[in-house]
Ligand binder design. Structure first.
Ligand SMILES: [Zn+2]
Length: 232
């Protein structure tokens, strides 16, 4: 069994803030977005959130969900992918050479960019780690790519950039092939495929797989019953 890495868990949780079946959305307001980021330790405390950042989050989520349908054979909507690409451009990442510390932070990290290496930049990074977005270094593992939200981003964007970093990690490691949106569109739950050959198409074979089978069976029966041609 391929254990789900932290980065994939974060992307999955973000994608599943919308529940198609129950028709609920945990990110329906800017406040809820801030709460979600706090819950996932990507923001230190709830704070007023710019509606523009909320829109950014929803576009990122919509595009990610489209992309996650690809492994089950769904065709993504190009306009949703394009909007997510735009959102990602507002969430810059930095590659680092420093190993993450145990607490998930990256104290003393060296960045590949920024106005000055060390000195003030390092102080700012440490300050960022201690306050808002302190854990927004994201779920980067010691063996995974060292990608982090740009430290100059404002707190909410830094939290969202951590989701972007997690997505980058999932793509780079190839784990994106196991992260899927259920092929049953009435469900569309995002799940981690633990199967050996990464062949699962439904979040649950028992529920969604059987629903699909039953529908196909019913469709087949109805075509069989349809008379070949009207008489006369
Ligand atoms: Zn499902």
């Amino acid at each position: 069994m391929h254990e789900q890495p932290a980065a994939a868990r974060l992307v999955e949780a973000f994608a599943n803030t919308i529940d198609v079946e129950l028709d609920t959305d945990d990110l329906s307001t800017p406040e809820q977005l801030a709460d979600w980021l706090v819950q996932h330790r990507l923001l230190a405390a709830p704070r007023p959130t710019d509606p523009a950042d909320h829109v950014l989050a929803l576009r990122l989520r919509a595009g990610l969900r489209e992309r996650l349908g690809v492994p089950v054979g769904d065709r993504p909507a190009p306009e949703l992918l394009a909007e997510a690409e735009q959102a990602l451009r507002a969430l810059p990442l930095l590659a680092t050479v420093t190993l993450p510390t145990d607490d998930g932070g990256t104290a003393g990290r060296a960045t590949t960019g920024g106005p000055a290496a060390g000195g003030a930049a390092a102080d700012r990074a440490a300050a960022g780690a201690a306050t808002d977005g302190g854990t927004a270094g994201g779920p980067t593992s010691p063996t995974g790519p060292h990608l982090h939200p740009h430290p100059d981003l404002p707190p909410v964007r830094r939290g969202l950039a951590a989701v972007a970093a997690a997505w980058s990690e999932v793509v780079i490691t190839g784990d994106a092939a196991r992260l899927k949106r259920c092929a049953e569109h009435g469900c569309a739950w995002v799940f981690w495929d633990v199967s050996k050959n990464r062949s699962r198409r439904w979040c649950s074979m028992r529920v969604c797989g059987n629903r699909n089978k039953a529908r196909r069976f019913a469709a087949k029966r109805s075509t069989e019953r349809t008379p070949a041609a009207p008489a006369g």
